[in-house]
Design a protein around this ligand. Structure first.
Ligand SMILES: [Zn+2]
Ligand SMILES: [Zn+2]
Length: 116
């Protein structure tokens, strides 16, 4: 099975064990590319979103400020989830459920931003 470069507008076929094509991997390594908080594809780090999601979310939320705030919040929530996730298996069950719930909410907001 072939695999495509994770960068949002790159359709380069790559080996299934790789995430990015050669060029995009180099940029990812030097920090020029990071993850789009909405679609999770690669994007240039200097932009808050990949162009694809930027266009889509413009249609969804009419206020740019609201959009940006939501995206920043989503990204912060993602960071928190990522940070605590490795410890989560040692937590009591109700705490784990809360984390699961948070994750589901974040995914729901992400889907809403994506689909419009
Ligand atoms: Zn690529
Ligand atoms: Zn995106």
């Amino acid at each position: 099975m072939s695999n495509q470069c994770k960068f949002w507008d790159c359709f380069e076929n790559i080996s299934p064990v790789h995430t990015f094509c050669g060029d995009h991997f180099e940029w990812f390594q030097i920090g020029d590319i990071d993850e789009c908080p909405i679609c999770k594809k690669g994007k240039f780090a200097r932009f808050p979103l990949c162009t694809d999601c930027d266009i889509k979310s413009d249609e969804v939320v009419n206020s740019d400020q609201t959009k940006l705030a939501t995206i920043q919040l989503l990204s912060a929530v993602d960071d928190v989830i990522l940070m605590v996730k490795s410890d989560a298996p040692t937590w009591p069950e109700d705490k784990q459920k809360q984390l699961e719930h948070l994750e589901q909410k974040a995914n729901k907001v992400r889907r809403e931003l994506q689909s419009g």
